[in-house]
Design a protein around this ligand. Structure first.
Ligand code: GMT
Length: 368
């Protein structure tokens, strides 16, 4: 097939999921084009996926770049030129509406919902009606059952649930690297995100301060984002900054994750939790808040779930796992579970089935 995938190129999970899916599809022999405003950071230089830049035209008289129209126009002209069979957007706002504007019913469209495109941006009164209309015309998938239920309420669609994948040949245990990040005898606790308020990273630091009173541990925070100054402030206020390491974003998070003892996620909303899945594949149990789709990947055999805002409970869960007599078993189980349920082959197959259905519903007609 000739496939056009649309994604945000930045540090967000939806862009990572789209980029990795594009790669796998291309390696299976499909001709894959990835549309984004810049080259996605996880797309390797030698990738068989062809990157197509969506320009961000800025005209001084207008208040913002005209991204939606630019994407619609780029999709329309490139789909005709390349002879695309199908377009698959990741993150519905504004990608679903832009794709619908480009093709209406002339090309099969698949839209994958990732999280805040449903429960935050998708709920904006200005965005919801056009997004709902566009989604109802195509086929939708959601990265968790929890998100699919929210999407049904928000947009009147019934997405197919396709969980995200993780590559176990890239994410695997690397205990030998622990010494790179932690001192002798320290437990290494890792969190990775884009540090938006929804991730509640300051809460993590507050919970860590409680852990630190009872265990020699280090908290490594991987990534960057708007909450970073507040996170630093809280670490200083609670006098734990000596044991908090700030690690810049890296194209190789597997090197850090594989070295961890535990992965921590304190989000107030999380439709899936891609980084938590990457941790599981790396043989790292997870302590997370019981929100959104997180319970679909974290079961008691591979981690602990805590109610949102219960920092005491969060710290207790971390300590319970760190000193758990079956921690080694749990680590093994974490990796086994990631491989059994979220292997890329299985997830790619599920997307290909959706593509097939979308093609059957709307036999291909040239876009131009
Ligand atoms: O929805 C977002 O917040 C953005 C999106 C992204 O691009 O980072 O994250 C969502 O999609 C990821 C990939 O499917 C999921 O792993 C994240 O859980 C989800 N984020 C939220 O729901 C907050």
């Amino acid at each position: 097939m000739k496939l056009g995938l649309v994604a945000y190129p930045g540090l967000g999970g939806s862009g990572i999921v789209a980029t990795e899916l594009a790669e796998r599809l291309a390696r299976l022999g499909h001709e894959v084009y990835l549309f984004a405003t810049e080259r996605p950071f996880r797309l390797p230089k030698e990738s068989p996926v062809r990157f197509i830049e969506v320009p961000l035209p800025y005209y001084p008289v207008f208040p913002a770049p005209l991204y939606t129209l630019s994407l619609a126009g780029t999709l329309e002209s490139e789909a005709g030129r390349l002879g695309l069979d199908l377009v698959h957007t990741h993150y519905a706002v504004p990608h679903a509406a832009a794709a619908y504007l480009a093709f209406e019913d002339r090309l099969p469209l698949v839209h994958t919902l990732h999280g805040t495109d449903v429960n935050l941006l998708g709920m904006d009164p200005a965005f919801r009606p056009p997004t709902a209309r566009a989604l109802q015309k195509g086929m939708t998938t959601a990265v968790s059952q929890a998100l699919a239920c929210q999407a049904e309420r928000a947009f009147g669609v019934r997405p197919r649930v396709i969980h995200n994948a993780v590559d176990p040949e890239r994410f695997y245990p690397r205990p030998e690297r622990k010494g790179v990040y932690a001192e002798e005898g320290e437990f290494l606790l890792v969190h990775a995100s884009n540090f938006r308020p929804i991730k509640r990273v300051p809460d993590l630091v507050r919970a860590f301060a409680k852990v630190r009173k009872r265990a020699k541990a280090r908290l490594l925070l991987l990534g960057k984002g708007p909450e970073l100054p507040e996170v630093r402030r809280v670490a200083k206020e609670l006098e734990v900054e000596a044991w908090v390491t700030f690690h810049p974003p890296t194209p190789h998070p597997e090197e850090v994750l594989g070295a961890a003892d535990l992965f921590l996620l304190a989000s107030e909303e999380e439709s899936f939790g891609q980084a938590a899945l990457e941790a599981l594949a790396s043989g790292v149990p997870v302590v997370a808040t019981r929100v959104g789709g997180v319970p679909e990947l974290i079961s008691p055999e591979v981690g602990r779930l805590v109610e949102l805002g219960n920092l005491e409970g969060f710290a207790e869960a971390v300590l319970d796992l760190l000193f758990h007599p079956r921690l080694q078993e749990m680590k093994k189980r974490a990796r086994q579970l990631a491989i059994a349920r979220f292997h890329p082959d299985r997830i790619t197959k599920a997307y290909l089935e959706v593509y097939q259905e979308a093609l059957e519903r709307l036999p291909h007609r040239p876009a131009s």
